[in-house]
Design a binder for this molecule. Structure first.
Ligand SMILES: *Cc1c(COP(=O)(O)O)cnc(C)c1O
Length: 364
């Protein structure tokens, strides 16, 4: 039997009764949109992050796009982000009519290099979308210093980092706002799409509540042009059950990562680079292998899944050919795209499976 990159069926088996009951309860009450489950989840996520506000939306991409909108960012504005992330981190900047500006990554942590960020600030720069890549937070203290100096809004894209910390402060609690994705494969995943924005800014949260619901405060009275982007009650009920397990899962991921770190330390690989101030949640365990293709093939032959994150940096995507970037513009991101490989590192991975993966990597 093979080893997948993530085993959502195994996870479901560990909490099947609770999940099934939560879903049936929603069916019983038959309130499906913006009801008590969403409200309760918002409260629980705000508590979990230590923020005053949380606003549930349709997915993590909308969480970013709506936050940019609510901050009044649009045509003529620039927003800086990393080229080494999922497309949505930049796509949403374009969706609101602003221009994404990329800053290269730090080759150790693969998070945005803050020196490079500072070099990209212009009078048009309004905000930074700071991605905590693979579940390790970037240096948010230095980031906030830079942001204050240039009066930039900070949006933490914490889609991969729910529960992560930086010097004891939770991902999502530091920027002007932060966004989460509940895509099924994220550390806290729904059984469908979902997203959330957290913030300490009550006015921003009120604006987001209007934007997600057709610009309404009161149904059928539209204050502005909005969207339809809501988390549904069934997903919220599922997420409330799963939230109770999240700390344990993140701890289990860290334990698996530690085992890899030790067992592979002497190999000609680059293991995930750690910022000693960061407590990561290993959304993915991404190593870098100069001979990536060969390693992938050896793993596949042994029935072990692996995946490339990410094959192409954002500045070289066809969709962004109009921005005028070229190969060679962001060397660290480009090299990461040539070498990065995620291997299975999920809570239900057994010791035996992990030993099998370690042996296969070592033999390759
Ligand atoms: C998953 C992800 C998103 C988008 O979330 P969706 O819920 O899939 O829309 C945004 N940013 C990052 C870094 C992600 O990993």
């Amino acid at each position: 039997m093979g080893i997948p990159l993530l085993d959502l069926r195994a996870q479901y088996q560990t909490m099947k009764e609770d999940i099934d009951r939560a879903i049936l309860e929603v069916l019983d009450t038959s309130v499906f949109i913006l009801g008590p489950q969403v409200k309760a989840l918002e409260k629980e996520i705000a508590e979990f992050c230590g923020t005053k506000e949380a606003v549930a939306v349709g997915n993590g991409t909308d969480a970013l796009m709506l936050t940019l909108k609510a901050m009044g960012i649009g045509a003529g504005d620039e927003v800086i982000t990393t080229p080494f992330t999922f497309f949505a981190s930049a796509e949403t900047i374009s969706q609101v009519g602003a221009t994404p500006v990329f800053a290269d990554i730090d080759p150790v942590t693969l998070n945005m290099d803050l020196e490079q960020l500072e070099k990209k600030v212009t009078p048009r720069t309004k905000a930074v979308i700071a991605v905590h890549i693979f579940g390790q937070m970037l240096d948010v203290e230095r980031l906030m210093e830079i942001a204050q100096r240039y009066q930039l809004k900070v949006i933490e894209d914490a889609a991969q980092a729910i529960g992560a910390e930086y010097r004891g402060r939770k991902a999502g609690s530091i920027g002007d706002a932060a966004t989460f994705s509940f895509f099924p494969t994220k550390n806290l995943g729904a059984y469908g799409d979902g997203g959330m924005i957290v913030s300490n800014d009550a006015a921003l949260a009120a604006e987001l509540r209007m934007l997600r619901f057709h610009g309404c405060q009161t149904k059928y009275y539209h204050e502005k042009i909005g969207y339809n982007s809501r988390l549904d009650e069934i997903q919220a009920a599922i997420l409330r059950v799963k939230l109770r397990y999240l700390d344990g899962w993140n701890q289990a991921r860290r334990e698996k990562a530690r085992i890899y770190d030790e067992a592979l330390a002497d190999m000609p690989l680059i293991l995930p680079g750690r910022d000693p101030q960061a407590l990561p949640v290993y959304h993915l365990y991404v190593l870098r292998a100069p001979e990536r293709q060969a390693l992938m093939e050896r793993l596949a032959a042994a029935g072990i899944a692996s995946a490339i994150y990410y094959p192409l940096p954002l500045h070289l995507q066809k969709a962004y050919s109009g921005l005028g970037y070229r190969q060679g513009d962001f060397l660290a991101a480009e090299e990461a795209c040539r070498q990065a490989l995620a291997i299975p590192c999920y809570p239900e991975l057994t010791l035996e499976q992990q030993q099998n993966i370690i042996q296969t990597v070592r033999n390759a």
